[in-house]
Design a protein around this ligand. Structure first.
Ligand code: IFM
Length: 456
């Protein structure tokens, strides 16, 4: 369905001249140098040291050593020909205690990185928080505490003060949905809490942190602002009322819980009552206009009513029986090495459904992540995935959705959280086996390089 034989494939359709092509990474997944130059620990340093939490028993203490090898990685960006590089800043590298004294050496690293990205003719697009909560704040309750949102705003001020002269686009948060669900409801990610629906304050406090960060950045006149939210269509497992109800519920958890407050200034029905603090007041901050709305898309989800007979595994994650839904496999489609369903049309559907749902409240969209995990240097399957999704994206644009950019996850193989080094999402291969961490562009890197050349 999605893949054409490579030789018979036509060139990609033309994207607008000012379309921003980019690649994404995140600090914890690539930097390494975990104990160097005064970096403080994060929630993930603690979590990955706990037995059994990471499938290959690894940690990201070295990762792909980007902290030292960033000049090579920036050279790869240049060679690839992208216009933007999305990376994240590690909060505890900048503020080792999450608040208080600044670690000059940590901030200097991002200063050098931004300089080097700019010198390569690429726009730096920093994400200010990509899941790596400073351990010192985690120990005080982390995102369950409202205070963490205020500490985040102070940290944003520090980063913007140092990098703001060269950074034109900022992303406040990456995927608050996953930190809420995987980290605090199900316990599969750091900090490993299994609070089920008591995790909801984590969603609200992250959204508040987003709003406070927008306020800080706007007050400094800091360019163009967005967020990277993960979204995907949720499909009912059948036409039954129960399955449709469960799919709607899942849609609230994955999509509306994080998009409605930002785009409409309200929570889906029944949620606000479950949240702490002055929610109505907070929503005014949370819904300040954005310049663009970032969406990370990987796959659709098929959802049914709770059903113990259905495989309750979803992307390596077990759905507990207390949840009012079950996750069903999407059948008859190719799958990635992570066993994720490859369904490019779901990206068209997602974008069109957001435009229909939010109308004029939806700013221009940027796809801030899209990609797949496959092994090997000759990664034709990744080429097929990217080709299919770019065509699907173009179809959404033809249908009138205003999309301004597309970032591949990821520039290079990296530490895939609870999977450790087992899932390779990179356009560039990293030599883990030989221990050299050498970078080798894969076939998909060459394909994208060519595709971008053809767009110029
Ligand atoms: O690696 C992650 C990234 O950190 C956040 N979005 C999904 C990617 C693939 O799982």
């Amino acid at each position: 369905m999605t893949t054409l034989p490579p030789r018979s494939r036509s060139p990609l359709p033309r994207f607008p001249a000012n379309f921003l092509w980019g690649v994404s990474t995140s600090a914890h997944q690539i930097e390494g140098a975990a104990a160097e130059d005064g970096r403080g620990k994060s929630s993930w340093d603690l979590f990955s040291a706990l037995p059994g939490k990471i499938k290959d028993g690894s940690s990201a203490s070295v990762a792909v050593d980007h902290y030292h090898r960033y000049p090579e990685d920036v050279a790869l960006l240049k060679e690839l020909g992208v216009g933007g590089y999305r990376f994240s800043v590690s909060w505890s590298r900048v503020l080792p205690e999450g608040a208080g004294p600044i670690n000059k050496a940590g901030l200097d690293f991002y200063d050098r990185l931004v300089d080097s990205v700019c010198e390569a003719g690429v726009r730096p697009v920093p994400t200010l928080f990509h899941w790596d909560t400073p351990l010192a704040l985690e120990e005080k309750g982390g995102w369950l505490e409202r205070d963490t949102a205020h500490r985040f705003a102070e940290y944003v001020e520090v980063v913007a003060e140092r990098l703001g002269d060269r950074v034109g686009r900022w992303i406040t948060l990456n995927e608050p949905a996953e930190l809420t669900m995987l980290g605090h409801a199900l316990g599969e990610h750091a900090p490993g809490k299994q609070l089920l629906f008591d995790a909801l304050p984590v969603a609200h406090h992250q959204l508040l942190a987003h709003g406070l960060a927008v306020q800080v950045l706007r007050s400094r006149g800091s360019g163009s602002l967005g967020i990277a939210n993960s979204h995907g269509p949720t499909w009912p497992a059948s036409d039954s009322e129960e399955d449709r109800g469960a799919a709607d519920f899942y849609d609230v958890l994955l999509n509306r819980l994080f998009a409605d407050p930002i785009l409409l200034g309200e929570y889906p029905e029944g949620i606000a009552e479950m949240l702490p603090g002055p929610v109505a007041e907070d929503l005014e901050l949370i819904s300040q206009p954005l310049d663009w709305y970032g969406m990370n898309f990987y796959q659709p989800t098929r959802v049914g009513a709770p059903n113990p007979a259905v495989s309750a595994e979803f992307a390596g994650i077990t759905v507990p029986p207390e949840m009012p839904f079950s996750v069903h496999p999407v059948e008859g489609v190719p799958r990635t090495a992570f066993d994720w369903a490859v369904v490019p049309e779901a990206l068209t559907e997602l974008l069109v459904s957001f435009r229909d749902r939010y109308g004029d409240r939806l700013p221009p969209v940027v796809i801030t992540e899209n990609g797949c995990s496959y092994d090997g240097l000759d990664d034709q399957a990744r080429i097929d995935y990217l080709d299919g999704h770019l065509r699907a994206l173009h179809r959404a644009m033809d249908a009138g959705v205003d999309v301004r950019g597309y970032f591949v996850w990821s520039l290079m193989d990296n530490w895939e959280w609870a999977e450790g080094y087992r899932q390779r999402f990179g356009l560039v291969h990293i030599d883990y086996e030989g221990g050299t961490l050498d970078r080798t562009p894969k076939a998909s890197f060459r394909w994208l390089q060519e595709a971008l050349r053809a767009q110029r």
